[in-house]
Ligand binder design. Structure first.
Ligand code: GLN
Length: 275
């Protein structure tokens, strides 16, 4: 079968199953099957797929049709300009989370020691270690997630130490900046999530208890123990999470502010530790 035919048929199958962006998805899956970049597809529409390429492509289409996110098929996702390995053990990094990086670069440029709580793929820890030239620590309760994070740090040459613990319970020492994108989907909303998220991404990385704000008071308490005076805590929140997250900050905090994402939803809350 010719490449252009494979692409057309693939996108038709995806479209008729209601998969969003069928053409783009077919291209990405075909690239993965061919182990080529997208530009190569456009330059070689006449390429005849080998049997192995065709079998791989068919399998990837089948997986996507069943609901598996593209990123778990290709095992990669771009974040803040770098490619990160992702597996079903970690949340797929979202573009919205880049707002956490932006806030960190704005508020805490001089941070030398950075902590990322609930690191998942390590996207925040690795990005901040590199962008700030800082020493970072990333924690996660999942050992399988930390293995992915460790590979991502090695791949990008980032200085990060990984600790398996519940939030930051295993840590001591002083940090200048703490970031976290904790699980924040309200328990009540999990069943209504799109199947790509609900059935494939780790529940542990998604669910933030009834109301979705279970982790913020605990993270704030850990930050009060671990931040140097004047240090920043920057957390991501869900679209209904602003109130609960802001309430978690007590009198030891100043300069509390909320930042909005491109869609206009509150997305990041930051505050400065001033004991
Ligand atoms: N830190 C990762 C991210 O921002 C994972 C977050 C999580 O697992 N809740 O994508």
């Amino acid at each position: 079968m010719r490449l252009q035919t494979a692409l057309r048929q693939g996108s038709e199958i995806l479209a008729s199953a209601g998969i969003p962006e069928p053409r783009l998805t077919a291209e990405v899956l075909l690239c993965h099957a061919l182990r080529r970049e997208r530009a190569w597809l456009y330059a070689h529409p006449e390429h005849e797929l080998t049997t192995v390429e065709w079998i791989h492509y068919g399998r990837y289409l089948h997986e996507r049709l069943q609901g598996r996110p593209v990123q778990y098929i290709t095992r990669k996702q771009e974040f803040y300009g770098r490619e990160f390995e992702v597996t079903p053990a970690v949340l797929i990094p979202r573009p919205e989370t880049e707002h956490v990086v932006e806030q960190a670069l704005k508020a805490a440029r001089g941070a030398r020691r950075v902590l990322d709580i609930c690191t998942g793929s390590g996207n925040l820890a690795v990005t901040l270690a590199l962008e700030l030239g800082a020493a970072a620590v990333g924690t996660d309760i999942s050992f399988a997630a930390l293995e992915v994070a460790r590979r991502n740090a090695r791949r990008h040459g980032a200085r990060v130490e990984w600790v398996q613990c519940d939030l930051a319970s295993g840590l001591s020492g002083r940090f200048d900046l703490i970031v976290s994108n904790p699980p924040y989907i309200p328990l009540e909303e999990i069943a209504r999530l799109q199947r790509e998220v609900r059935d494939y991404e780790p529940r542990l990385a998604l669910e933030g208890g009834p109301g979705g704000a279970a982790f913020y008071p605990r993270i704030v308490r850990e930050a009060e123990r671990l931040l140097a005076p004047g240090g920043w805590l920057i957390v991501e929140i869900g679209y209904q999470g602003e109130q609960a997250a802001r309430c978690a900050f007590g009198p030891a905090w100043t300069d509390a502010a909320t930042e909005y994402d491109l869609a206009g939803w509150p997305r990041v809350v930051r505050a400065r530790f001033a004991p």
